[in-house]
Design a protein around this ligand. Sequence first.
Ligand code: BTN
Length: 266
Amino acid sequence: MSSANPYQSLENGKPGRIGCRIHYFEELDSTQQTARALAAEGAAQGTVVIAERQTAGRGRLGRSWHSPAGVNLYATTILRPPIALAEVPRLSLMAGVAAAQALEREAPGLVTLKWPNDVWLKGRKCGGIIAEALTNSGQELDCVLLGIGLNLNLDEGDIPPELRDKATSLRIAVGRPCDRIAIANSLFTLLDYRYMEIVTRGFAVVRPQWERFSALTGKRVTVVDGARRETGVVRGIDAEGALLLDVGNVVRRILAGDVSLEGAYD
Ligand code: BTN
């Protein structure tokens, strides 16, 4: 159901820029799904879909994303980037930097990023990013649905029991409620800036920003990708966004996988 849009004042009307249109719904199955339909109808780059609540919020690797009403931000932005399909994962790293910078204004020194797409506050997950690529009939990139979920005013008691030792929210981390519209405003402004940067100058300019927030650099982790499992010390990310894992005799480039950090929650 679509209703009065509390994010209306963030709509900037600038063609191709993030936030040019903002569609708001009280409830959706997933903002990814609605953005997909809008993209198929030709929605412009920068169109954003926000839901107050999702009944089937999607995470990475087929997981679900807990999406209760009235407390968080669930947004998908339609992008039409002039990049190759293989470069799409860099967009979720770029979005991680934008999300981290938006949260850092509210929680200085508490925000980190866990490769590839988790936003952490005090070592627990408070946000996630998913970048879904849609291709044309020639298997070339047509558009990207960049989904961002941020736990903002979620209370400890609203976290499902199985996630309680892993998840957090901005409110839990700083001990006071936040203004969701103001944070969305920072997020979309930073996302627009970082997106223009990556498209015009390449991912290498975003890399040092990402490294500044890295929760993993210098830490011992295990990476699982299907049947493959590797343990080593993270040396950072490279100019293409791959995780650099020092396994002793060699530094491997990891392109995908689930990372667990020793002594922390994943
Ligand atoms: C992850 O960490 O696994 C990624 C989570 C992405 C969640 C967001 S919420 C807005 C958008 N709509 C969805 O269904 N998923 C993304």
